[in-house]
Design a protein around this ligand. Structure first.
Ligand code: C5P
Length: 217
């Protein structure tokens, strides 16, 4: 079967990870969540706030294992769950706007895509990390619906959350991600936009599978 890459970008809590995981499983591809990498660096920064970003990324021991989903290890410790906590979510967009952080992570991400067969989700995947991805999706949804989904997700993970705070956090992160100097969140010219507001997970997944099938054919 022809090997190809799928780039999925979009604002916070648009459902990218959920969908990317399902699409990868159905097509026998590898799913890569780049947000988790920025979150892991944010955790390292919060643990050592006095260390400058350049030193932090030089010394960081980050391991990403992509088998049956993604696990992320920081200095040998599995931090896949820890990086979903509120303190990380609050600080991640600031950390992700640092040039040295982006250079380090984009390098790792590009290496992962060379052999193809990757479904990668993030903010700059179709525009910057894999500009030649065979399929690019730009996934959006209303802020209200995104906050509702995040609330449900947090409840399931046992993380305390309130709807108003989640709305504010989503808007604040979108603003930072869309206005930062280096590789801001924008829709790639050749990306296909899917507004998932009011759509079920199954519907969104099927739409992307149909688009992918056109590439395979
Ligand atoms: O996808 P997730 O919400 O976990 O991403 C967390 C944050 O990481 C985003 O709000 C954004 O600031 C940053 N990010 C990024 N570029 C990516 C993926 C995530 O800047 N490719």
């Amino acid at each position: 079967m022809k090997k190809f890459n799928i780039a999925i970008d979009g604002p916070a809590a648009a459902g990218k990870s959920t969908i990317a995981k399902l699409v990868a499983a159905e097509l026998g591809m590898i799913y890569v969540d780049t947000g988790a990498m920025y979150r892991a660096i944010t955790l390292a920064h919060l643990l050592q706030p006095k260390v400058d970003f350049e030193t932090l990324v030089q010394k960081i021991d980050l391991k990403i294992v992509n088998e049956n989903g993604q696990k992320i290890f920081l200095n040998g410790e599995d931090v896949s769950e820890r990086i979903r906590d509120n303190d990380i979510t609050l600080n991640v967009s600031h950390v992700a706007s640092q040039k040295v952080v982006r250079e380090k992570l984009v390098g790792i991400q590009q290496e992962m895509t060379i052999a193809k067969g990757i479904v990668m989700d993030g903010r700059d995947i179709g525009t910057y990390v894999i500009p030649d991805a065979e399929l690019k999706i730009y996934m959006i949804a209303s802020v209200t619906e995104r906050a509702e989904r995040r609330l449900l997700d947090n409840q399931q993970r046992g993380i305390e959350a309130n709807f108003g705070d989640l709305m504010k956090d989503i808007e604040r992160r979108d603003y930072i991600d869309m206005t930062r100097e280096i590789s801001p969140l924008v829709k790639a010219q050749d990306a296909i936009e899917i507004d998932t507001t009011g759509m079920t997970i199954e519907e969104v997944k099927n739409e992307i599978i149909q688009l992918a099938n056109k590439i395979i054919a």
